[in-house]
Design a protein around this ligand. Structure first.
Ligand SMILES: Nc1ncnc2c1ncn2[C@@H]1O[C@H](COP(=O)(O)OP(=O)(O)O)[C@@H](O)[C@H]1O
Ligand SMILES: [Mg+2]
Length: 232
């Protein structure tokens, strides 16, 4: 009952250089192993929020990850704990082979090539993509790319996974496979999505972003009802 949250954020505010206030006072906690869905309109600040979680951008307020203050001195340690999977896997996959792509993070953390490769293979096995280790990432389907991008963060053994609109570009079977994959991963998860069935399948709690603030919190169903957040 008294375990401290793996993410603890107080009063986060972020203004882009052009003056756009993208986050305007966000308080947020994630408990270990918990899955939270971030819902809300385009432009409400969800991506800006998740970019803070491993220090890609830095606003005002305090961010604690696994008990560490997110400061320049702790940046590398924080990035080991938070695996961020971008909306467009093509932004994340850039090496000549799948294996090199997934090993890139561990190599960057200073592991030997052999150890990095071992971790990469283990991560590819976790996402069911071990067979594609030698393939070029750009030859993969959208669903396979997403799996490899997830393997790329799992290879660093993070304690938190953050996925920004992960069902984009996935066909319905690909979406179901992603649900099954994520359900089997023990990490705490933050999932930004417009895909309500996907959020329902995974998240025990939803937050609704509006104009850079968390406007409401509840179950996915409660949020969907309250904001009329269904498609067609
Ligand atoms: N690089 C940027 N420069 C200026 N404004 C930006 C930039 N990126 C996002 N914004 C603005 O910040 C706000 C929040 O955007 P974003 O975090 O991408 O929202 P969401 O992910 O919820 O769609 C929007 O008003 C958006 O136009
Ligand atoms: Mg976004």
């Amino acid at each position: 009952m008294h375990s401290s949250p793996v993410i603890d954020i107080q009063g986060l505010r972020y203004c882009y250089p052009d003056g756009t206030v993208a986050l305007d006072g966000v308080d947020f906690q994630l408990q270990a192993g918990e899955t939270v869905a971030l819902l809300g309109a385009n432009g409400s600040g969800k991506t800006t929020f998740v970019l803070h979680l491993n220090g890609l951008i830095a606003g005002e307020g305090t961010i604690q990850i696994c008990g560490m203050d997110l400061t320049p001195a702790n940046l590398a340690a924080v990035r080991r704990e938070v695996g961020l999977v971008f909306q467009d896997s093509d932004e994340q996959l850039f090496m000549p082979s799948v294996l090199e792509d997934v090993a890139f993070g561990p190599v960057n953390q200073g592991l030997s090539a052999t150890q990095a490769e071992l971790q990469a293979i283990a991560a590819l096995r976790q996402v069911g993509m071990e067979h594609a280790a030698g393939k070029a990432p750009y030859h993969l389907s959208a669903g396979e790319k997403r799996r490899v991008a997830i393997a790329g963060v799992l290879a660093m053994n993070p304690s938190i996974l953050v996925l920004d609109e992960p069902t984009t570009f996935l066909d319905p079977p690909g979406q179901r496979e992603l649900v099954a994959l994520l359900k089997g991963l023990p990490q705490g998860k933050i999932i930004v999505t417009h895909d309500i069935p996907f959020a329902q399948a995974l998240a025990s709690r939803a937050l609704f972003f509006a104009h850079g603030k968390i406007a409401a919190e509840g179950s996915v169903s409660e949020i969907v009802e309250r904001f009329g957040w269904y498609s067609v």
